[in-house]
Design a protein around this ligand. Structure first.
Ligand SMILES: CCCCCCCC/C=C\CCCCCCCC(=O)SCCNC(=O)CCNC(=O)[C@H](O)C(C)(C)COP(=O)(O)OP(=O)(O)OC[C@H]1O[C@@H](n2cnc3c(N)ncnc32)[C@H](O)[C@@H]1OP(=O)(O)O
Length: 241
């Protein structure tokens, strides 16, 4: 069975919502049915501890897994290339047939943040709190993410902020894309240190979701960056290209 996670529940909610009282077209309904058919998951969950995780990352993982026991927090699994049901739905509804048919390219595709060997790039795990509409991500940025010597590249910080904000927005609004991301870089982040990215939904206005984030040290004493972002819920009746 597909693991029960907030993303799937939210997608179910979105797909079941009738648009203007009209049933979605047959192709979309078929895709939605497939989305929720049980499908064996064989890919590795990259958000679980591996030997490259330092003691801080393991500690935060253990602490939050404990918080998941009473159901207030939920661990969000993460895969590099899994064709999960929500990804399948995205491809069927939003990807042009020409691109969809390029199986060689698609089979090589990897989620950017999961495209490095263990420990070299982004090692991270996310947890979601549905009541607070909040997602936290604990991230250890590896040596291939260097910008200034000894510190993370600003682009890699933007990437992990965007990833965490995206998950927050997807859970709240279904299939969305980032249209704006504003970051204030306040202190450089040492390579291989662990930071916590805290994202919350500030406001939802129609198709727009406003998300704010901060990036801190795990003792919360250092504020490394803060950010605001805007996501737009995709319209299945509009082409992306
Ligand atoms: C991503 C899907 C995932 C699905 C599967 C998930 C499985 C989970 C697995 C893993 C999760 C991690 C996934 C990581 C992803 C990371 C995030 C990214 O990298 S996203 C890529 C970078 N972003 C783009 O490439 C967008 C490019 N932009 C567009 O294609 C269009 O703008 C689009 C489709 C998003 C919206 O276009 P329109 O034509 O449908 O909408 P219009 O009418 O233009 O805008 C709607 C409203 O928003 C305002 N708006 C648009 N852009 C704005 C902006 N920059 N600032 C302020 N307002 C803006 C407009 O003024 C309009 O407002 P008024 O309704 O008139 O009030």
């Amino acid at each position: 069975m597909f693991p029960a996670c907030a993303v799937r529940l939210r997608a179910l909610h979105i797909l079941r919502a009738p648009r203007g009282g009209v049933l979605p077209p047959a192709g979309e309904r078929r895709a939605a049915q497939k989305l929720f058919s049980s499908e064996k998951v064989i890919h590795k969950d990259r958000s679980l501890p591996n030997s490259s995780w330092n003691s801080d990352l393991k500690l935060m993982f253990d602490q939050f897994m404990k918080k998941c026991e009473d159901g207030s927090w939920e661990h969000l699994p993460s895969y590099g290339s899994r064709s999960s049901q929500i990804v399948q739905y995205f491809k069927e509804v939003f990807l042009e047939t020409k691109l969809r048919k390029d199986e060689q390219m698609l089979s090589q595709a990897r989620l950017f943040t999961r495209s490095y060997e263990d420990g070299l790039g982004f090692e991270y795990v996310m947890f979601h709190n549905e009541q607070e509409k909040r997602t936290v991500c604990f991230c250890q940025g590896g040596p291939y993410l260097q910008g200034p010597p000894g510190f993370l590249h600003g682009g890699s910080i933007a990437t992990i902020i965007d990833e965490t904000a995206s998950m927050t927005a997807i859970i709240a609004g279904g299939i969305v894309m980032t249209v704006n991301l504003n970051i204030n870089y306040k202190r450089p982040i040492p390579l291989c240190s662990v930071v916590v990215i805290n994202c919350q939904v500030d406001k939802i206005e129609g198709r727009k979701l406003f998300i704010s984030c901060d990036v801190r040290s795990i003792d919360e004493k250092t504020l490394y960056s803060d950010a605001t972002s805007l996501f737009i819920k995709l319209d299945p009746n509009k082409s992306l290209t």
